[in-house]
Ligand binder design. Structure first.
Ligand code: F6P
Length: 325
């Protein structure tokens, strides 16, 4: 195995709070082990276009607390083509990059899996997405901050819901997953949580709303964007039809969930897996995501990490049912 001298690091897909902390950890760990580090801007798109910048200690100073990503990020259609990947590889060779660390989520590791089969370059990944939908890590970088942003927003919505005696249908992110809705629904005291992992049963929602105390002045229903029955607007439409006397409002939280200062948990997770990723490359790991399972570093092949069936804990839904009385 050729000795690694220059690690390329990039962020890809949707940004997530903690990406900068992860970049910092990778850069400083690589320097600690006397390696060079090259930042690749805009993910795979920048790899294809040759957007490479040398990184030093200072280039990652004062970023651990910042949301977004200093390397910028993108979703690349060109990288889905063999021609795009060939261009990307040629730029890596040109810049003498002999190993890669990818920071991202599902789409990032899907690309990494294909690239790793076509080209002989050691590559590991750091799980970084607000969706928390990767196998092989208990939590992804960004999830903790995002769920705290959600409950902060829903607490505020609760104030106005309470003042006006309103029912709010709140839609949160999660491209294919209800993990944001599930936890935040519990934490925000929702009446019900509607997620894609369970079949949406509008009658069950009506039962839940009927069962609740009649004198409750505010109600929150948390809906994951990936929910299959049409999302918050469609559910809101049906609720309004069934309960014309409820003052119902719909609130889509949107991209505020992706921004902001990373929480302590996300900074620590990013730092841990960032250090472990560089060490993993040096120890010969490749085509694996470096995560944390039961508080220990774990390594999961890209193709297993992106399998789309992160199980939800059914007890969580039961908790909502019990506590929404
Ligand atoms: O994967 C992160 C995520 O924020 C999803 O929750 C959401 O579905 C998607 O990205 C939105 O992507 P974009 O910002 O490209 O619209």
């Amino acid at each position: 195995m050729a000795q690694i001298k220059n690690i390329g690091v990039f962020t890809s897909g949707g940004d997530a709070p903690g990406m900068n902390a992860a970049i910092r950890a990778v850069v400083r760990t690589a320097l600690y082990y006397d390696l060079q580090v090259t930042g690749i801007r805009r993910g795979y798109e920048g790899m294809i276009n040759g957007e490479m910048i040398p990184m030093d200690r200072k280039s990652v100073g004062n970023i651990i607390q910042r949301g977004g990503t200093i390397l910028k990020t993108a979703r690349s259609d060109a990288f889905k083509t063999p021609e795009g990947r060939k261009k990307a590889y040629d730029h890596l060779v040109e810049h003498k990059i002999d190993a890669l660390i990818a920071i991202g989520g599902d789409g990032t590791f899907t690309g990494a899996k294909v690239f790793g089969k076509e080209y002989d370059i050691p590559m590991v990944g750091l799980p970084c997405t607000i969706d928390n939908d990767l196998q092989g890590t208990d939590f992804t970088i960004g999830y903790d901050t995002a769920i705290n942003t959600v409950i902060d927003a829903v607490d505020k919505i609760r104030d106005t819901a309470e003042s006006h005696d309103r029912l709010f249908i709140v839609e949160v992110m999660g491209r294919d997953s209800g993990l944001i809705a599930l936890r935040t629904g519990i934490a925000a005291g929702a009446e019900a949580i509607i997620i894609p992992e369970t079949k949406t049963d509008i009658m069950a929602l009506f039962d839940r709303l009927d069962r609740g105390r009649k004198d409750k002045s505010s109600k929150i229903v948390m809906v994951a964007e990936a929910e299959e029955a049409g999302g918050a607007f469609e559910i809101g439409r049906q609720v309004k039809e069934k309960y014309p006397n409820y003052d119902t409002r719909i609130s889509i939280l949107g991209h505020i969930q992706r921004g902001g200062r990373p929480s302590c948990m996300d900074r620590v997770l990013a730092s841990r897996v960032g250090v472990a990723a560089v060490e993993a490359l040096l120890a010969g790991h490749r085509n694996e995501m470096v995560g944390v399972v039961h508080n220990e570093i774990s390594y999961t092949p890209f193709e297993s990490a992106i399998k789309h069936h992160v199980d939800i804990n059914p007890n969580f839904l039961k908790i909502v049912e019990i506590l929404s009385l």
